[in-house]
Design a protein around this ligand. Structure first.
Ligand SMILES: Cc1ncc(COP(=O)(O)O)c(C=O)c1O
Length: 349
């Protein structure tokens, strides 16, 4: 962890997440060397813990007693947990429509939550909220913890550790990484981390079609990302219509010979289900986006069977149970009489 004395460090066991080899999907896609980096297994269920560990340690070292932040869900849950462990009071402004389990998680950690109508949906409201909070935090000499280099470069160094762990686990023998992107901070962290070690790994940026601020400009050779009027994807965490780290993502992915991929929400849910049913991995929809991008790359012949490929699974399925209820048509489970049990099991055979 950068520049924080040991007694101020707030650690909950983040990072060092497993890298598992695909048993079914890789072979099915013709990519026998496919691996999943299980960021869903971090303490609060997403990679954002790597960010929160650094940021809250810095707050603690600076003697801060409060933390004010915005979140679509996962950053808030991570900050709430690390603030709880640090004895720092946490106030979270969450986007309109953030999934209930993410909000409940923040609340149970003791954070104060305020959901603002139109925040994260309406660009004028979103900009207004950010401006107000930036102003307020500056006046209070507080950082505004948003997981992006543009706002919190030191916290993002915590996220770069994903790249270090990958290189170590793969003994530097990896050719492609697929990363889901909203504002692009995560993709940039991976690219920066790899570049720091001079690793020749292609960093591929995958976005939902409904929030294509970076992926298509990267593919088309454009020099800059593009803001959207609003986000039209249903994938929680990736609804970020503003550019944030997008321009740097384009430069660094291109420098790595990586590309941009857009995926539709339907394919993402299909891969979320395939991850659960054929790999035993319970990801939230955003955690299946990288895999949907790999599917596209395979169809375009941009990844080959001899190459080693890693997809980041960035968040846990428990984070968004509404999408499980909505998209997978799971049968209701109602109690039966014990006398009926044996015939139910016989039927299963
Ligand atoms: C689960 C998950 N994956 C990926 C991302 C994308 O991160 P970024 O906005 O840095 O591109 C997020 C952001 O909230 C997320 O919650």
């Amino acid at each position: 962890m950068p520049a924080v004395a040991e007694q101020h460090r707030v650690l909950l066991g983040e990072g060092h997440t497993p890298l598992v080899r695909s048993v079914a999907i890789g072979p099915r896609l013709g990519i026998p060397h496919l691996y999943f980096k299980l960021e869903n297994l971090n303490p609060t269920g997403s990679y954002k813990d790597r960010f929160a560990a650094v940021l809250v340690s810095e707050l603690k070292a600076a003697g801060q007693k409060v933390c004010i932040a915005t979140s679509s869900g996962n950053t808030g849950a991570a900050l709430a947990a690390y603030c709880a462990a640090a004895g720092i009071r946490c106030f979270l402004v969450v986007v309109d429509g953030a999934p209930a389990p993410k909000i409940k998680q923040m609340q149970l950690y003791g954070a104060e939550i305020c959901m603002v109508k139109g925040f994260g949906k309406d660009p004028a409201v979103t900009t207004g909220v950010f401006n107000m909070l930036e102003h307020l935090c500056r006046a209070q000499r507080l950082p505004l913890p948003i997981s992006a280099y543009r706002y919190c470069p030191s916290g993002m160094q915590g996220v770069q550790t994903i790249a270090y762990e990958l290189l170590e686990a793969m003994e530097r023998n990896v050719q492609h990484i697929f990363v889901p992107a909203g504002g692009g901070g995560l993709t940039l962290a991976v690219a920066k981390g790899l570049a720091q070690y001079g690793a020749a790994v292609r960093v591929n940026c995958v976005q939902p079609e409904g929030n294509d601020t970076i992926a298509t400009p990267l593919r088309n050779g454009a020099g800059a990302a593009r803001a959207a009027a609003s986000s039209a994807t249903g994938i929680s965490g990736l609804q970020v219509p503003s550019v944030i780290d997008g321009n740097e993502v384009i430069l660094s992915c291109r420098a790595s010979n990586g590309n941009g991929y857009t995926v539709n929400d339907r394919r993402v849910f299909a891969w979320q289900q395939a991850l659960a049913q054929t790999e035993g991995i319970f990801a939230e929809p955003a955690g299946a986006v990288a895999l949907a991008g790999l599917e596209d790359a395979v169809q375009r012949n941009e990844v080959g069977p001899h190459e080693k490929v890693v997809c980041l699974v960035t968040g846990s399925g428990f984070k968004d149970m509404l999408s499980v209820d909505t998209y997978f048509d799971l049968p209701p489970v109602t109690p039966v009489e014990s006398a009926q049990l044996e015939s139910r099991i016989q039927y299963f055979f």
